[in-house]
Design a binder for this molecule. Sequence first.
Ligand code: MN
Length: 352
Amino acid sequence: MSPKHKTRPSKSKSKRKHYRRVATEEAFSIPEQMDAQRELVATTQEYDPDLFLWKIQTDPSGPVYHNLLDLFEQRLRTMDEYDVDMHLLALTSTGVQMMSPEKGTAVAAIGNDRLHDAIQRYPDRFAGLATIAPQDPAGAVKEIERAITKLKLNGVMINSHTNGEYLSERKYWPILEAIAAHKVPLYIHPRAPIPLMAKAFRTDHLEHAIWGYQAETGLHGLRIITSGVLDHFPGLQIVLGHMGEGIPYWLYRLDFMHGRVRIPFDRPKLKLTPSEYFKRNFYITTSGMNWEPTLKFCIEAIGADRIMWAVDYPYQDHPDAVDFLDAARISEKDKQKIYHENAERVFKLKKK
Ligand code: MN
């Protein structure tokens, strides 16, 4: 953590109730990703919302640079300080998805190897999600195979759109098929909205985590539902951060409007209603949404079995996320599920 970085005081470790705490959306970077993104920043003239943040992120004097590159020093210290047992790590957004297909596939493999090494070194502290380059679908399928069977990673992460396209499009189905075949989850992590959408968000910089990320990533999740792809891969399990990127709040209206037949909308026919897919095929995490009313609502709407805890380190801090769930007025049973039991099951983590 950089000296500039402030965290507010949390309860001392001795007073905190003991839970096994598994944080499920935790970011890291590698020098190869930093170099590739720095090059994109340097060679892109027009405004790009993701590169706007990458410019800050690749700056050694910036707020997250050192914490992203660090796996073993400050990260483990702050995990220990706040009694966090495990980080489920993934290469930070936008992964390799802004790179050329060749470069993306190459950097993904390096990142996955590095992640594997970190997990080997601290198997009780780290698990991880594989990075792939969807812009190279055949290469991505191969890397999924290698990352899951050889490197034993715990799932796959994709940072929402790739070159303005969503995973519901046919050319990406082999990727979904491979993930489903390996019976691991796909975590769809946010990035800024596709360029067509982003312009409307730019006033007051609404295109990032404040609003744009959930608009982009919620739309991505919804398009996977409405495209009918889940009728082809009914076992596919998808994880969305940030309490489900707004979708749980909207489930009633999605079902109502999708089922409406008075207007002849041209949509694929589905076997289930949107909310039925959501409750069958999606998990959500609490990343960056440390707010009890939303948590209680999501428990009621989709059930505590489908909710997992996350910090979103280093973009958000351990004490807020720990204090939030420790203090949440929900049942102890649900708290255990959300803190670790669901993550152990979904990501096939070694139980303690
Ligand atoms: Mn995140």
